[in-house]
Each structure stands twice: as C-alpha cells, then as structure tokens.
Design a protein around this ligand. Sequence first.
Ligand code: NDP
Ligand code: HSE
Length: 438
Amino acid sequence: MKPGGALTVGLLGCGVVGTEVVRLLREQADDLAARIGVPLHLGGVAVRRLDKPRPGVDPDLLTTDAVGLVTRDDIDIVVEVIGGIEPARGLVLAAMKAGKAVISANKALLAEDGETLFGAAREYGADLYYEASVAGAIPLLRPLRESLVGDHVHKVLGIVNGTTNYILDQMDTHGAGFTEALEEAQTLGYAEADPTADVEGFDAAAKAAILAQLAFHSPVRAADVHREGITEVSAADMASAQAMGCVVKLLAICERVPAADGNGRNGRGVSVRVYPAMIPRSHPLASVREAYNAVFVEAESAGRLMFYGAGAGGAPTASAVLGDLVAVARNKVNGTRGPAETTYAALPVLPMGETITRYHVQLDVADRSGVLAQVAEEFSRHGVSIQAVRQEGHGDDAQLVIVTHRADDAALAATVAGLSGLDIVRNVASVMRVEGDD
Ligand code: NDP
Ligand code: HSE
C-alpha cells in the first residue's frame, strides 16, 4: 500500500477488456475510492507491443516486462487480462507468491489449472477472484460461491458463450451464413483471440468446468467436460428446429446425477457437457439473443434462479473485473481474505454415455413400405423409445425425423451406429439433443 493508503494496481494486458478496465479506473476513481475507503492507483500496464496506439492509456505506464510488473514492491493487486495459458499462469503464480491479490478473466487458465492456482492462493494467503471469467458482466460466480453456498445445487444450465449465441441467433433470425456471423462477432470484440475456442466449444467447456466446480464443490477441469461445438450446425438443422417449434443454442449443462437407488444426497457423480441442442421456443433460454448469456441455477431450497445479461465485450467484462477489484481492495484494507475454493465433495465427472436426454435424429431413407418398421426396430433394439416421427419429402428425397423420449447417450450412439448400417438408410443427416422441456 502506498503512503497515504492508496492501493496500486498492475494490469496485465490492454486489449478489448484491459482498455475498458483502464477507462473505468480513471472515470470512476472518486467513487471507487469512496467505496473502498482508499484510492486505487494504476501503477503499470504490461502489453506485447509498445508501439500500438492506445487512446486513453498513459504511455508512461506501458511496459513489456510483465514479470517485473507483477513482482514490483509497490503493486498490491494484479489484474490478468492477457488470456491463454502461458505466460498468464506463470505471471499469476508469481504475483501471488509476491503477496499480491489477483483478479483474472481467464477461464481457459482457471479451467485448465485451477487447482494449482487455488493451491498457490492458499499457500501464499492471496485473494484470487475471477468473476469475469464466466458470462462477462453477469454476477454468477459470487452468487454460487457465496449467496448459494448454504444450499444444495442440482443443476446449472445456460448459454455462456456470446460469440456462438450471436452466430446461432443470426442464422436463426436472418438466415445468415456461419462465416459472415462469426466475422461480425469478432468485429464486436466478443470472440476469443483464436475464435476456434468459441465455435468449437472450448470456451464454453472451460466456463462449464468453473461453474460445475463451484456448484458441486468438486474438482472439474475443462478436459473433463464433454464438448461439441457449432461448426456442424447447418441451415437444415435450423429449419428442423423451427419445424419443431424449437431453436438451436449452444448449451453448457452441469448436473448432479442421482444414484440408481436414489439414495445419497450428493448423487453418484456429475455430468458436465457442452453441445448445440434444440430447446423449445417457449423456454426462457430461447429468447436469449445476440451475444447475451443466461444461466439457470436449480437449487434445493432456492428453487430455480435465472441470471441474464451481457456475456462478452470490453465494458461488460470490465464491470465484472472492477467488482472483483473493489472486493479484493476492501479485503486488503480490512486485512482479510475472501472465501477460498472447496472441493471436499470430490464427485466424479461421469462419462458422456451415462448422460440422459432426448434426441432429434434426421435420416435420409428410401421411401418404401417397411422402412419405418426397420428404423423403429433399431431404436427399440437399443431401448430408445420414440416420441414422434415425421416424414419430409418423398421418393428419393424422403427424410425421416425422429424425436425420442429420454435415453442415455450410449444407447443413442449404438442406435445411430445401427441405423448407419441399414440398407434403407442412405445417410444419418443429423443427430441433435433436445433439452429444456423437463
Ligand atoms: P485481447 O486479445 O483483446 O487482449 C490481450 C492483451 O494482452 C493485449 O493487450 C496484448 O498486448 C496483451 N498480451 C498478450 N500477450 C502478452 C504477453 N506475453 N505479455 C504482455 N501482454 C500480453 O483479449 P481480451 O481483452 O478480449 O481478453 C482478455 C481476457 O479476458 C481473456 O482471458 C479472455 O478470455 C477474457 N474475456 C474476454 C471477454 C471479451 O468479451 N473479450 C469476455 C470475458 C472474458 P498487445 O495489445 O500489445 O497485443
Ligand atoms: N469469447 C467469449 C464469448 C468472451 O464469446 O463469450 C466471453 O467470455
């Protein structure tokens, strides 16, 4: 802490999010000082390129020596908005070792190596806050970590990636092409530096891991999360969803799986998964448009809660970073620390094959008698019960659309393999899960 009581912040990264953090620190300096009890002072900003124009940022604060910045004696709080695994991980660890409180928006890092970071926070007595890492501006981690910590969470279900929601929304409402919609999302500052992380579901999987870990007090890493992205979602899938009164959304789902005998409060494990799914247009998540995010939390006593808001973009994300900054600054002023992570429940993440949900299966078939019976027989052989069947087209263009009742993923996969081997099935055109009507 500076003489006179100011707290000094070292900022790592000054891109989409970092630029907005600098602006808010400047524009809200007086209010922040009043809320914390001491002023916040920006002591340095680490970047890759010193020559890049950065309006609103004092050039004297810029440095390429990020290690030097996080270990500087006068720095009290480090904000990491670089992204990626290295050098972010080494910098965050070095900062905590040097006694700094750390704020990070980096879900990739937290979901890959949260245990090392939380261990370091415990060892060095440092605060590690990361509200901005999941769902941008939406207060979600603090409610799970603090407000709901006395309850028993059953399920977390939501849209946690703004880029993919923007793309799917543009495809659904304007018939936009995938590439064109992705370029717009990049221009608007929603996408990750490498948009593969968004469209292949890595970003949402990292967020699902962070949510599951907090909700179920169990260690969950991104690699444990079943992940499917949206690159295979076609205009035909969109049309099929529309015909069923549904919309396609990339969902992150974390749920407790009860034991077979229903005994045991914690269940036998958790299912954590990310995939594009059809949801009824009447479902509240269906109306989440553009880059907005929304997350449902179902807890035993609280019931169903919904969190909604801007999930990406510089200013919304900086709002969450500033919330964390005030929280850790208050802790510093009071000589205390925020709550630590707990993984005492140690529930295993179950294999995807054990996940139970409904499915929409679209087949190109020969249009002749007996076809439907053979297709139905294949479903029945694997214990997958059919809820509805619809035929589209006829002759060489015939398609069968089958919607199932709830079945486990392994049984559906075996059914699809069996269907692919039937002479009368020319092609399994698409398989998509159906969520949100339980
Ligand atoms: P950007 O790519 O816009 O900014 C990254 C910044 O980090 C740049 O200023 C870059 O420097 C700097 N940087 C990169 N490598 C280094 C390095 N080795 N040393 C020092 N500085 C470096 O990313 P965003 O602002 O979009 O994202 C930052 C973090 O926030 C990520 O973890 C992201 O996942 C997360 N996040 C982003 C959201 C968003 O909507 N954009 C929303 C929620 C979270 P230079 O400017 O010189 O290139
Ligand atoms: N690329 C991310 C998204 C940023 O589109 O949601 C927010 O984490």
